[in-house]
Design a protein around this ligand. Structure first.
Ligand code: ADP
Ligand code: ZN
Length: 211
């Protein structure tokens, strides 16, 4: 690499959308293309995501790519700052704490191409963690849609079902003893149960404040 190239800044691509929209598939596709171009790629995933195998990103369709399971967000910087690394992929980026923003920003300054995937809305339809910030500072945003499980239209939301019923607004993120399930849904088919009318009101107010 010439001195001129080595001083160039990097970039941030964010891939978002509801569950089953193909975020992992798209992340794997972009990272594989970088590998085909003989670039040095670091692939990271949050260590919480141990649905299948801890050392791989696996899409719902079974596509997989080896990855570092990251528990401490600082490890992304420690591994990514290596001068040999050119491209850094991060799956389930919404699970990292606020430090992820400064880590990604520093890696961009160092010339790295960051490609991150994560859902931007929780099961209530509310923005998640640092996703609004990452979407704002991104150079390129890809917002994917899944297929609504009920009506077949484009799905932009994730429906959470607990014991086959729509999850309640105030349900904790993990329901102990409940059997839970997630589905892709369009706006019309997406439901959140409100225990008291105040929940619905607060939620509407919250949405208005976002505008
Ligand atoms: P994400 O990372 O967004 O959760 P994945 O990349 O893991 O999505 O999986 C996408 C794949 O999930 C699709 O290619 C398709 O095979 C499968 N799939 C299952 N249910 C749906 C759905 N409701 N809409 C679209 N794809 C679905
Ligand atoms: Zn629908």
């Amino acid at each position: 690499m010439s001195a001129e190239n080595s001083s160039k800044k990097g970039s941030l691509e964010v891939i978002c959308g509801p569950m089953f929209s193909g975020k992992s598939e798209e992340l794997i596709r972009r990272l594989r293309r970088a590998q085909i171009a003989k670039q040095n790629v670091l692939t990271c995933k949050h260590s919480l995501d141990n649905r299948y195998m801890i050392e791989c990103i696996i899409s719902h369709d079974g596509k997989k790519l080896e990855a570092e399971a990251i528990g401490d967000v600082h490890d992304i910087f420690r591994l990514g700052k290596d001068s040999k690394i050119e491209v850094i992929g991060i799956d389930e980026v919404q699970w990292f704490d606020a430090t992820i923003v400064s880590i990604i920003s520093q890696l961009i300054e160092m010339g790295k191409r960051l490609i991150v995937a994560g859902y931007e809305l929780d099961f209530r339809g509310r923005p998640v963690g640092q996703m609004p910030v990452l979407l704002s500072i991104a150079d390129k945003v890809t917002k994917l849609q899944a297929i609504c499980t009920l009506c077949g239209k484009d799905a932009t939301l994730t429906q959470r079902l607990v014991n086959d019923k729509p999850a309640k607004f105030n349900d904790p993120d993990i329901v102990v003893g409940g059997s839970e399930q997630y589905q892709a849904r369009c706006r019309n088919c997406h439901h959140v149960e409100y225990e008291v009318e105040k929940d619905r009101y607060t939620f509407k107010e919250f949405k208005l404040k976002q505008i």
